[in-house]
Design a protein around this ligand. Structure first.
Ligand code: GDP
Length: 297
């Protein structure tokens, strides 16, 4: 599972602190040093770590925590609060359009889990909101992409609008939106093309689709296993598209997890969902406070 190494190290540090009858300034400094190393080791962005340590240290010192009762416990509480803040404070719900359809654009690099996540999200909307979503297949560069979306869609009984691979994706989306209006679908989920890396042609196309549809959500799907690349990808997509949220996939994998924890702090954009498995049911709303507690163990 993600965060195992980090949890273990943080627990050790906190345990050491708890055993001290009195926590001195030197103890606090040592604790902060260990936390800093643990976060860096877990691949949390170095700048995010720096700010985090500074804040925790200031709170622990400023509030006269060390002189109070149970200083160790209070420091754990501060660390928990700041981990929560780092990841976004509260859960960020999906934006909804005042009039149907709500348009959700799924973007991300190839293999991040875009198509799978589109399916998971549609299923969630169907089950929790009794929604009637429709997919638009706008990835025309890999013939297998449309087939894959179709398979995902069939498994959850959601219609797909597709025009094969010979039509311009922007035109496909335009016609798909008309189709959704006729069918009165309340959600349109656009599966856009992924690339191995961010390139201008990909971004231009995404910008055009954005301008055409004015999406309520531009969800960037990132693979938590890709470490700092996930952070760089998020910055790149956000610069070009002004994304509305992030979905972190593959958190069930053996990732150190720190990069994922940094995305919110680096981009300012909320993590809205996490994927923790390949099945259609494996998509959860992201709660920063629960994640912080899980990390602290
Ligand atoms: P796309 O190229 O971005 O559309 O990526 P896909 O949706 O095709 O996903 C790529 C691979 O990642 C597939 O094998 C998925 O089953 C897998 N995948 C997606 N999300 C998750 C997840 O949360 N956990 C795990 N373990 N695998 C995932």
């Amino acid at each position: 599972m993600a965060f195992e190494g980090l949890t273990e190290r943080l627990q050790k540090t906190m345990e050491k602190l708890r055993r001290k009858p009195k926590v001195t300034d030197a103890d606090l400094r040592e604790t902060m040093r260990e936390i800093r190393l643990a976060l860096l080791e877990a691949d949390v962005n170095f700048k995010v770590v720096k700010d985090f340590v500074k804040t925790v240290q200031a709170k622990a010192t400023g509030a006269e925590v060390l002189k109070g009762l149970n200083p160790a416990q209070q420091i754990v509480k501060i660390v928990n609060e700041e981990l929560t803040n780092m990841m976004g404070e509260t859960a960020a719900p999906l934006n909804k359009a005042p009039h149907i359809p709500t348009v959700i654009m799924m973007v991300g690099l190839q293999g991040a889990g875009k198509t799978t996540t589109a399916g998971k999200l549609a299923l969630k909307l169907k089950e929790e909101d009794q929604a009637r979503p429709m997919f638009i297949a706008a990835d025309v560069y890999r013939p297998a992409a449309i087939t894959q979306l179709q398979q995902v869609a069939d498994s959850i009984d959601v219609p797909v609008f597709e025009m094969g691979t010979d039509v311009d994706p922007v035109e496909i989306v335009r016609q798909g939106m008309t189709q959704a209006a006729i069918q009165k679908n309340d959600y349109v989920i656009i599966d856009t093309a992924g690339r191995l890396q961010i390139d201008e042609a990909l971004m231009d196309e995404l910008v055009k689709i954005k301008e055409l549809t004015h999406p309520n959500e531009i969800l960037l799907v990132v693979d938590a296993m890709t470490g700092q690349n996930a952070v760089n990808t998020a910055e790149g997509f956000d610069d070009q598209l002004d994304i509305t949220g992030v979905v972190l996939t593959k958190l069930d994998g053996d990732t150190r997890g720190g990069a994922a924890m940094s995305i919110r702090a680096v981009t300012g954009k909320p993590i809205k969902f996490v994927g923790e498995g390949e099945k259609m049911e494996n998509l959860d709303v992201f709660y920063p406070d629960r994640m912080a507690s899980r990390i602290l163990g």
